[in-house]
Design a binder for this molecule. Structure first.
Ligand code: ZN
Length: 169
């Protein structure tokens, strides 16, 4: 239903909408290999930029900073630093039931951060969990038993007792 605007030209107009459709798209050459490496070899791969010397993870076909092609594939570490995070407390289609932690993690050897779920965080007290995560703990990659060539083939998991010591909490 469309909201009827008032007589004021300054009245904000809101229009209801609804999207719900299935679709399929080509992930691209670099993303395809990235996902196949997850599924077949259970490893996290990036591409190295010859100009800025960063390893871009997830792998991509060109450097977003230098605009040069990147086809030098490199495996990065299975552990890394949690850079930033959010704790989702509302459900979202396609994601596990909340609460859940989603974070950007820069894996060892990578020059960019990778977004994925973080498991193993005690979320019985959301505020306390947030304060803990602000210490930017180290995490590790844990692959699922069955990989399907999706980012959900793995999650991050806290490394017990490990923090970078560079957090703000
Ligand atoms: Zn670059």
């Amino acid at each position: 239903m469309t909201t009827q605007p008032s007589d004021s030209v300054d009245e904000p107009v809101t229009i209801d909408g609804h999207w719900d459709f299935a679709y399929r798209y080509y992930a691209g050459a670099a993303a395809s290999r990235f996902f196949q490496e997850l599924r077949l070899n259970r490893r996290i791969m990036g591409t190295h930029c010859p100009d800025c010397d960063r390893v871009l993870v997830p792998a991509r076909g060109f450097c977003d900073a230098c605009f040069v092609e990147t086809d030098d594939w490199r495996e990065v570490g299975s552990e890394g630093r949690l850079d930033t995070f959010t704790i989702m407390t509302s459900s979202f289609p396609g994601l596990p039931e909340p609460p859940l932690v989603v974070a950007y993690v820069t894996l060892d050897g990578a020059g960019t951060a990778l977004l994925n779920a973080v498991e193993g965080v005690d979320l019985s007290d959301i505020d306390a969990a947030g304060q803990f995560l602000l210490t930017l703990p180290r995490v590790r990659v844990v692959f699922k038993d069955k990989c399907q060539g999706r980012i959900t083939d793995f999650a991050f998991e806290l490394i017990p007792g490990s923090t970078t010591g560079s957090g703000t909490a």
